[in-house]
Design a protein around this ligand. Structure first.
Ligand code: HEM
Length: 139
């Protein structure tokens, strides 16, 4: 079971990273163009955003599962908790971005792109912290 969860965790990392970089670059291009993106681009960004959100949920579910199955939480040192702080700094902004994008999709009005950019910067910092302290915690 632990192996399965670890494989899911790695797929989550891959899909989350790909979605974050892909949508981050597209968002920058859209903001720089100062014009609404073509529908095909907006639609693709919506799909990439959903993949990224699903990846973060998978990271959390598999991470919590691995923590419960294989580690005595009290025995893990501070690096584990810093990793969790990083993971939280990913979960919260990515959930907010998903909610903002879904609301925009439903109402047919474009999302606040500057807000999306700020949230994606926080998530990027969170990913960096979670990866560095994840490796330190389980080394
Ligand atoms: C953005 C979110 C996350 C990222 C980027 C991330 C990243 C990583 C990385 C890079 C590793 C490999 C470390 C290594 O084996 O050297 C790892 C392993 C691990 N992660 Fe995460 N993680 C995230 C979320 C979580 C969460 C939320 C939890 C727990 C609640 C968690 C628990 C674990 C555990 C227990 C392992 C060790 C697996 C083992 O026994 O080798 N992770 N994570």
């Amino acid at each position: 079971m632990l192996i399965v969860l670890k494989i899911i965790h790695m797929f989550g990392l891959f899909a989350g990273g790909a979605a974050g970089i892909g949508n981050g670059l597209l968002l920058k291009k859209v903001i720089d163009s100062k014009a609404p993106p073509p529908p095909m681009v907006a639609q693709t960004m919506g799909i990439i955003g959903k993949i990224g959100f699903a990846a973060v949920i998978l990271l959390w579910l598999s991470g919590l599962g691995m923590s419960a199955l294989s580690y005595e939480i009290g025995a893990l040192d501070w690096t584990y908790w810093v990793k969790l702080l990083g993971a939280t700094l990913v979960l919260v902004p990515v959930s907010m971005m998903t909610a903002i994008a879904l609301k925009a999709e439903r109402s047919g009005t474009p999302p606040d792109l500057q807000r999306m950019k700020r949230l994606s910067s926080i998530a990027r910092a969170g990913v960096g912290i979670a990866i560095i302290f994840g490796v330190l915690a389980f080394n």
